[in-house]
Design a protein around this ligand. Structure first.
Ligand SMILES: NC(=O)c1ccc[n+]([C@@H]2O[C@H](COP(=O)([O-])OP(=O)(O)OC[C@H]3O[C@@H](n4cnc5c(N)ncnc54)[C@H](OP(=O)(O)O)[C@@H]3O)[C@@H](O)[C@H]2O)c1
Length: 298
């Protein structure tokens, strides 16, 4: 069967998730064209040799004509954004250029988080802004595909403030809510797999709820064999972000099945349940924390 899409552009070359997506797209045989857009001011590390399929282009996101030209020249069909929360609205400029180019069929806006669907207009900072980007894509009739993965496996220790005191810090009276954890590699490979194997109708305006593992913070500490500290606030730099995300997770919103309207998980067997996206990739073995974190070194 012919692959669904073969020409990809990734926005952003470094950070928490982009290198894994670039690597996975590079290794997917059905991906024939892979462009990575990087700002001219970028200080991101060069792409590793295993990602040799990727072509690295400098970009000015304010230069509409050059974005249109890139998408047309390379017949770009899929855009995968990995931009940070601070640049969430830059995606609108890219989307408008994609629309004008006329070749782009699917846009993965930057998510890679807890579920943000349903938070638009609710004033929840960058979490709301992510949902509002999806509304924008719909308003210009550019199909989107959103990835909800809960907490990235390489970020869970940071979220728990382990770097600050060598303990798994848990907000007082909490620690029992299940949280979805997903390996960065699995997310990249999932994007590569579904974009080349699923029909456009299953990709357009999809919400992919992934889950590599489902653990409470107490279970996570026990798996790692690390001590727990009950705290009023998660310690460490950027404590505010850690507390916001940790508090949400402890209320249940760390599960990729979470429904912000009902304030509880969707039916796990239904199309919007936790890990429902996993079912679209039959046979894939999802990584465990032991596959990703070097437990003997932490
Ligand atoms: N769930 C989790 O545990 C978790 C943890 C971390 C991040 N995330 C999510 O992952 C996504 C990416 O976050 P990140 O931490 O990887 O971001 P990041 O490292 O700050 O940025 C990713 C890439 O975007 C480009 N970029 C950075 N600032 C930009 C700007 N102002 N304008 C345009 N491009 C810019 C850079 O590429 P170039 O230098 O090549 O231009 C950078 O390498 C976000 O949606 C975030 O919410 C989730």
């Amino acid at each position: 069967m012919a692959p669904t899409y073969t020409s990809f552009v990734v926005l952003g070359s470094g950070g928490s998730i982009s290198p894994y997506i670039i690597d996975a797209l590079s290794k997917e045989p059905d991906v024939k064209k892979l462009i990575v857009l990087s700002r001219s001011s970028s200080s991101s590390k060069p792409i590793p040799p295993s990602s040799s399929k990727a072509e690295f282009l400098q970009v000015d996101y304010d230069d509409h004509a050059s974005l249109v030209n890139i998408f047309r020249t390379h017949g770009t069909e899929v855009i995968v954004s990995t931009l940070p929360n601070a640049a969430v609205n830059t995606q609108k400029k890219v989307a408008l250029a994609a629309k004008e180019a006329g070749t782009v069929k699917l846009f993965f806006p930057t998510e890679y988080e807890v579920v943000t669907y349903g938070l638009g207009g609710k004033g929840e900072g960058w979490l709301s802004e992510k949902d509002e980007i999806d509304d924008f894509l719909k308003s210009i009739d550019l199909p989107s595909a959103r990835i909800f993965n809960g907490i990235l496996m390489r970020w869970i220790l940071w979220l728990n403030g382990y770097d600050a005191n060598g303990k798994i810090n848990i907000l007082k009276d909490r620690g029992d809510a299940p949280i979805s954890l997903t390996a960065e590699e699995d997310i990249g490979e999932f994007i590569a797999y579904v974009s080349t194997h699923l029909p456009p109708s299953q990709l357009a305006n999809a919400r992919f709820r992934l889950e590599g593992e489902r653990l409470t913070t107490k279970e996570f500490a026990s798996r790692l064999g690390k001590p727990i500290e009950y705290v009023d606030a998660i310690p460490g730099d950027d404590s505010e972000i850690r507390n916001t995300v940790a508090a949400k997770c402890e209320l249940g919103a760390g599960s990729t099945g979470y429904n912000h309207e009902l304030k509880k998980d969707n039916d796990v067997t239904g199309p919007e349940g936790a890990g429902s996206g996993n079912r679209l990739w039959p046979g894939h073995v999802w990584r465990k924390i032991e596959d990703v974190l070097e437990l003997d070194k932490i």
